[in-house]
Write a protein that binds this ligand. Structure first.
Ligand code: MN
Ligand code: MN
Length: 488
């Protein structure tokens, strides 16, 4: 009986069962010196299939097992434990180590339980109106079935799939940015005058590569490039517009960010041999100015506590959460509708309130006083500062997000092609409203941009809240409906 046990890294002892397909390991030698061999049960149930362990090491374990009196240990764990226990029984008592051992044993017990009975995840098999199963169906099965049903064509499905893959890469980069030197500025600025973060630049490359490799889009418009990029498409004539990282100022603080994309139909910019480079460029630029009405698909991928893709291809909004264990986007949000009435939340850059038109200023004050129903509590204020994050909350909880024009940004801040229109499309597909204009009377989906980086104000959210805003801005009706409040 050896008192001094060989030290083979972390794993001290092991057995193999007769089929040699399962290996039992016993960890932590202090316990082996324990007074009561029955305690060895606690750690002996650390049963692990030794995937990834050097097989030569396992052979040695088997040999050690043999030294304890079982040439080939019995297949059942209880037998393995009992033979181990009897082997240990003769070991010398060392009380001081024993105390430490008890502690370790209880810790191991907890761990063993976790190994023995992993919590079972309940998977909903409830089918939606379109037959999708939450927690089961993946983005791929979704796209495949949408294609079969004729709602999405193959080229579009390939584009969406490639966007999803690009976003997996970006999601990883965002997650480890602080330890891989990816925080901070890249030392350049984009067309809109924003300072580019390192991740803005890298994510833009990932997106551009993904789209050019797809060969299904003939033009790319990105926040990070001054001009549209023309790419070779073997089929499909889509214009893919994206904001590779929305809310990139949040990255360094590990706050929510996301990627937004809009896929617009057709309008190949036909370049003839006679066109100069400038002519060709102009044709492409002109061709890329699409209103939201020409979106065939839009969505975003949010990088937060989960990585979630929200997607519409013109027939409802569906959400897919990235399962990092399998690398699959799994359906998590089925046929999303913005709650109405939703939660009493408003969102927007309140710091700018003094730059807003008096009516907008009054509207915010009106919400703070309880809105149309003056007896109710004030609206809650929530603002992440990343459109993706604020919009995602609005989509799921309801409320209103507003970016009105102000003195220093007469067109608001969000960009039409790859922020406002895609979000507007999602909102409308989810039964909400996305408006702009002095009295929030125009759909953002109808705006035809003058240039590809054009901005637009936006008021988006639950239908009843946007309608209330319209009424308020039109004649401040709710205020009078409830009796005038001096302050307003
Ligand atoms: Mn953005
Ligand atoms: Mn961005």
């Amino acid at each position: 009986m050896p008192n001094e046990l060989p030290n083979n890294q972390a794993i001290r002892y092991g057995f193999t069962d007769q089929s040699a397909s399962n290996y039992f390991a016993i960890w932590d030698p202090p316990i082996l010196h324990g007074r009561d061999a029955s305690e060895s049960r606690f750690f002996a149930v650390q049963v692990l299939p030794f995937r990834g362990v050097d097989p030569s090491l396992l052979t040695r374990f088997v040999g050690i097992g043999g030294a304890f009196g079982t040439a080939l240990p019995p297949p059942r764990m209880s037998s393995a434990v009992s033979s181990m226990s009897s082997a240990i029984r003769g070991a010398p008592v060392r009380p001081r180590i024993h105390r430490a051992a008890r502690k370790a044993a209880s810790r191991l017990t907890t761990r063993a339980r976790a190994v023995e009975a992993p919590p079972k995840t309940e998977k909903s098999t409830k089918k939606s109106s379109k037959g999708y199963r939450v927690g089961v169906d993946t983005l791929n099965t979704f796209l495949f079935r949408e294609e079969t049903a004729g709602r999405v064509n193959g080229d579009l499905a390939i584009i969406v799939n490639n966007i999803a893959i690009a976003c997996k890469k970006i999601s990883n980069l965002v997650a480890v940015a602080p330890i891989s030197g990816l925080t901070g500025l890249a030392g350049s600025s984009n067309e809109s005058g924003d300072e580019q973060k390192k991740l803005d630049v890298i994510s833009n490359d990932i997106f551009c590569d993904a789209m050019s490799e797809t060969c299904r889009a003939n033009m790319i418009v990105t926040e990070e490039e001054d001009v549209p990029l023309r790419v070779e498409a073997i089929s499909g004539d889509y214009i893919v517009c994206f904001d590779p990282i929305d809310g990139s100022s949040n990255i360094d603080a590990a706050v929510t960010t996301g990627s937004i994309f809009g896929i617009y139909s057709s309008g190949e910019c036909v370049i003839t041999d006679g066109d100069s480079v400038e002519d060709a460029m102009e044709k492409c630029v002109l061709n890329a100015r699409k209103s939201g009405e020409e979106l065939v698909c839009a969505g975003y991928v949010m990088y937060s506590s989960s990585t979630v893709m929200m997607l519409t291809c013109g027939d409802g909004v569906y959400g897919f959460t990235l399962d990092t264990a399998t690398g699959e986007y799994v359906l998590s949000h089925d046929d999303v509708k913005i709650p109405d009435p939703g939660q009493r939340i408003y969102s927007g850059n309140n710091g700018n309130v003094d730059k807003w038109a008096p009516e907008m200023k009054a509207y915010v004050r009106y919400l703070q006083l309880g809105g149309a129903d003056k007896d109710k509590a004030p609206f809650s204020y929530r603002y992440i500062g990343a459109l993706v994050g604020d919009f995602h909350r609005t989509l799921l909880y309801g409320g209103i997000w507003l970016y009105p024009p102000d003195a220093s940004a007469p067109q608001g801040k969000a960009r039409l092609l790859y922020e406002v229109a895609p979000m507007g499309y999602l909102a409308e597909q989810a039964g909400g409203m996305a408006m702009w204009g002095e009295t929030a009377e125009k759909r953002v989906m109808e705006v035809v941009p003058q240039n590809i980086h054009q901005r637009s104000p936006m008021f988006v959210g639950s239908t009843s809240m946007v309608k209330d805003l319209q009424e308020f801005l039109a004649d401040r009706a709710p205020v009078y409906r409830n009796g005038p409040r001096d302050e307003l």
